[in-house]
Write a protein that binds this ligand. Structure first.
Ligand SMILES: [Zn+2]
Length: 76
């Protein structure tokens, strides 16, 4: 999963920039923006808005944490 998130950071599908309005939410049956697995409606998710282009993101909580870590590493 970590590798996939790294790849998506590299190809720009996941932003490196800041995310606004990060909220705890639930899945909506759409794929997770990090791992691509479906976020089921009974699963907890993290939602946010990418400041760069106002895209909305929805990720598993675990994916969000990995992305957050990888993102920081990328910046250094
Ligand atoms: Zn995920």
């Amino acid at each position: 999963m970590r590798r996939l998130i790294k790849l998506r950071l590299e190809d720009g599908r996941l932003p490196r920039g800041p995310v606004a309005e990060v909220l705890d939410g639930a899945g909506n049956g759409q794929p997770c923006d990090a791992c691509g697995a479906i976020l089921a409606k009974d699963q907890k998710a993290v939602c946010g808005i990418v400041v760069e282009d106002w895209r909305s993101l929805r990720l598993h909580i675990d994916c969000f944490q990995v992305w957050d870590l990888e993102r920081v590493e990328h910046c250094e």
